[in-house]
Structures are given as structure tokens and as C-alpha cells.
Design a protein around this ligand. Structure first.
Ligand SMILES: NC(=O)c1ccc[n+]([C@@H]2O[C@H](COP(=O)([O-])OP(=O)(O)OC[C@H]3O[C@@H](n4cnc5c(N)ncnc54)[C@H](O)[C@@H]3O)[C@@H](O)[C@H]2O)c1
Length: 410
């Protein structure tokens, strides 16, 4: 596990220079946060994509060649009858890193686009690309995913779906206008056998009515530090949406799923944005916060997000989980375990792959949906609910008070 506490002043100054260079890159290339914030969103219906035959060779375009694309690459390459036609990313280092990985895997070198709007003007414009995989900073998602709908391309777009209410609404509208586009939002838990069985068990009454939830994202390392290359955007609330959007969106998606595909009605919270300031004065994300979420039908959830759990974690601070209790028992969705209150009944192990294996399940589900023309396990509707929940948690934490969904949507 990474230790963040040893950054020297010299490292810090070098890192600051790198951050400035990356910030310059973002604004120089015309796809700046400002542009994403102020540009009016347009929902263009776009051409209806042709159905993909079960044995057809799919032409794939990749947008964003960073860490996430690298970690999903094996699962992407594992799909049959698929050719990577093009890669778009303005960052030379990440681009070359991805091209090298493809070369090592004996994959023919795809076409390469280097401008920040090339993903749209060049990659999405190609007739031989039917499907796009996108893993770029959160502030770009809303616009890029709308562009996919407008180009009539199927896509797997990383989470969060977007970081603004109007983007979330526009994407739901775009899907309605172009219903044949298969748009899977990267919430891999939605494709997981373990989570699906757990949710079904809740619906079947395994724990009774879910009344109490406990969830956390707790680790002893953090992301978005200037030493972490392009990923410095994660340490900038404007670019990432803050952790309530960037990271905890996975948790909100699960909570809304458990609550019967409903968003919370109100949330209270508080947090600390100063935690890693000594390592990066520009950092403004909330590296520690707690929130209480009130769902309709009485479900209350207690959540903690922390990036500095102590080392040598004998007291079990760390972990990412979602747990629920009702009058008939409890369920740990992340572990796939049900604990009935009736002691005569044994705990149930739901099986299915854990964490990393869920990425494989998600990618496989996407390609199956493409070939069968069926609805993906995670789409724009649950993507919108997770975004709205994240925005409401952020509002509660920033304003240190109880805020309602009505206020957010006001
Ligand atoms: N589902 C998951 O579990 C999971 C895990 C990690 C990351 N993610 C998500 O994946 C996304 C990417 O994260 P990452 O860790 O790969 O970040 P990263 O910084 O490593 O990579 C992002 C890449 O996008 C590129 N990019 C930026 N603007 C672009 C543009 N206009 N056109 C093309 N490329 C552009 C950057 O140059 C960079 O190479 C984020 O949304 C993140 O939240 C999801």
C-alpha cells in the first residue's frame, strides 16, 4: 500500500510543475472544464445504429488511454470478433503506454488521434466504428456520452455517468430519442452475479424490509496526487465532481438499487477538504466525509468515505462495502452473504466473483447486449440516480446540513 506521508518539498515543487503542465494541456486543447461547464447541452437524436449480428466483427474505438483503460484492456481484448480501429487521447505518455500494451499483445496498431475533440470529429465520425469505450476524466463524460448518442454509436462509458443535473437529464432524454443505442455506464456491480443474487434475495424477503444500511469506502491510500500523472484531475473537485461523484457513485448506485431504484429524499453530512493540502495546495476534494441518507420507505443508510485508514489495519478500518439489515436478517452485498435472524437457518453464501472479477462480468455483459440488442445491466436511468445522489451528498457535506432532493432539483 502506498505511503503518502513522505513527499519532500523538492518532490512537491516538481509535482506542482507537472500539474501546471497538465492543467495547461487541458485548457489549451479546447476541451476545458470551463467549456464543459458553460456550453449549452444539446440533445441530438442521431442516426439509429444498425443491429450487430451475433458473429459480426465489431469495430471498436477507445477514448482515453489512462489507468482505467489499461486495467480493462485484458477484458476488452478477451471479446471475440472485435477489432480496435482507433484510439483518441491527447496525452502522449498514456497513448504510447496503451499502444505498447497492444503491441505486446500482438494487436495491430490502431489509428491514433491526438486532439481533445478528435474523439468526436474523427473517431465517432468513422463508419467502421460501431462501438466506443470511453474512460476519461469525469467532467468530460456528460458531453462525450451525448456525442455518442448524437453519432448513433453504442458505448461503454465509465462512471460516474456525469457530474451535473442537466447532463444527467439530457442523457436520459438522449437515450429516449435514440433507443437503439446500447449505452452501458461503467457500474460493474450491476453486471455482477453476486450483487444480482443479493438484490434478488432482498426482493424475495431474505432480510425482511431493508431498514438500516451501512456502507463505506475506506482505504489507506489516495488518488489524484500530483505525482500520479494525468490522474491529478481526481484531486480537483471541478474536474472530478469530488469523491461523492467520482468514487462513491458506485455505492450510491447500489443503495438506489436496494431502495427499489429510488433516490434518497434527503441527506445530511459533513467532511474535511484539508486532509492532503500539505502535499498539494490546489487539492480541494473531500478526503474525509460522512453522510446519512434517507430513502423513501424508511431505509436509512450511514456512509463513511476515508482515504487515510491507519496502516497495519488490525482494527479493520479499511474496506469497501454495502451492508443492510431488516427484521429478518442482514446481507453483506459486497461479500455475497446473507445472515438470517433465525438461528436455525444457516448463513447463505451467494457466490459469484468479487471485486476484480466484476469488471470481467461487466465487459462480457456489454458485448452480449451488443450482439443480442438487449438492454445493458447499467444504463442512463441508474446512472442518473447515482449522479443525483452524489450531488446531494456533496451539497449536504459542503453546506454541513440536511438537504432534500427537492432542493437539488429545485
Ligand atoms: N469503474 C471503475 O471501477 C473505475 C475505476 C477507475 C477509474 N474509473 C473511471 O474511469 C475514468 C478514467 O479514469 P482513469 O483512472 O483512467 O484516469 P486517467 O487520468 O488515468 O486517464 C484518463 C485519460 O483520459 C484522457 N483524456 C482527457 N481528455 C480527453 C479527451 N478530450 N479525449 C480523449 N482522451 C482524453 C487523458 O489524457 C487520460 O489519458 C474516470 O471516469 C474514472 O472515474 C472507473
Amino acid at each position: 500500500m502506498e505511503d503518502n506521508s513522505h513527499t519532500s518539498r523538492r518532490d512537491f515543487l516538481t509535482q506542482s510543475a507537472k500539474v501546471a503542465a497538465i492543467a495547461g494541456l487541458v485548457s489549451r486543447q479546447g476541451f476545458s472544464a470551463e467549456k464543459c461547464e458553460h456550453e449549452k447541452l444539446e440533445v441530438v437524436a442521431g442516426p439509429t445504429p444498425k443491429p450487430i449480428r451475433p458473429d459480426q466483427t465489431i469495430g471498436l474505438g477507445i477514448v482515453g488511454a489512462g489507468v482505467r483503460t489499461g486495467s480493462l484492456l485484458g477484458h476488452i481484448l478477451g471479446q471475440k470478433n472485435m477489432v480496435i480501429k482507433a484510439v483518441a487521447d491527447p496525452h502522449e505518455g498514456n497513448r504510447n503506454g496503451l499502444l505498447n500494451k497492444l503491441k505486446k499483445a500482438n494487436i495491430p496498431t490502431p489509428d491514433v488521434y491526438t486532439g481533445s475533440e478528435d474523439y468526436r470529429d474523427k473517431l465517432l465520425a468513422r463508419d467502421d466504428i460501431q462501438v466506443v469505450f470511453l474512460a476519461t476524466p469525469c467532467y468530460t463524460h456528460g458531453k462525450m456520452y451525448l456525442d455518442c448518442f448524437a453519432a448513433g454509436k453504442h458505448f461503454y462509458g465509465e462512471k460516474p455517468m456525469c457530474i451535473r443535473v442537466d447532463e444527467a437529464n439530457a442523457l436520459v432524454e438522449a437515450q429516449k430519442k435514440n433507443p437503439k443505442v446500447i449505452a452501458q455506464i461503467g457500474f460493474q456491480r450491476r453486471a455482477s452475479e453476486r450483487y444480482n443474487k443479493g438484490i434478488q434475495a432482498i426482493r424475495d424477503g431474505a432480510i425482511g424490509k431493508p431498514l438500516a444500511g451501512r456502507a463505506q469506502w475506506a482505504m489507506g491510500r489516495t488518488y489524484g496526487l500530483p505525482s500520479q500523472g494525468t490522474r491529478v484531475w481526481m484531486g480537483r473537485a471541478r474536474l472530478s465532481g469530488d469523491w461523492m461523484l467520482e468514487q462513491a457513485c458506485h455505492t450510491w448506485d447500489v443503495l438506489c438499487w436496494v431502495a427499489g431504484e429510488k433516490t434518497p429524499v434527503a441527506i445530511s453530512g459533513m467532511g474535511n477538504r484539508e486532509v492532503f493540502k500539505h502535499m498539494d495546495p490546489e487539492r480541494d476534494v473531500t478526503d474525509y466525509y460522512i453522510a446519512n441518507l434517507e430513502f423513501p420507505d424508511g431505509l436509512l443508510v450511514n456512509y463513511e468515505h476515508i482515504w487515510f485508514v491507519p496502516p497495519r489495519d488490525e482494527r479493520r478500518w479499511s474496506g469497501v462495502y454495502e451492508r443492510f439489515a431488516g427484521l429478518d436478517g442482514g446481507i453483506a452485498l459486497d461479500e455475497g452473504k446473507i445472515f438470517p435472524r433465525n438461528k436455525k437457518k444457516k448463513p447463505v453464501d451467494l457466490g459469484g466473483p468479487s471485486g476484480g472479477g466484476q469488471n470481467a462480468e461487466s465487459m462480457k455483459a456489454f458485448f452480449n447486449c451488443l450482439r443480442s440488442g438487449t438492454k445493458p445491466p447499467s444504463g442512463v436511468e441508474n446512472g442518473r440516480r447515482a449522479t443525483l445522489t452524489g450531488l446531494l451528498v456533496r451539497k449536504a457535506v459542503y453546506e454541513k446540513r440536511r438537504v432534500t432532493m427537492k432542493e437539488l432539483l429545485g
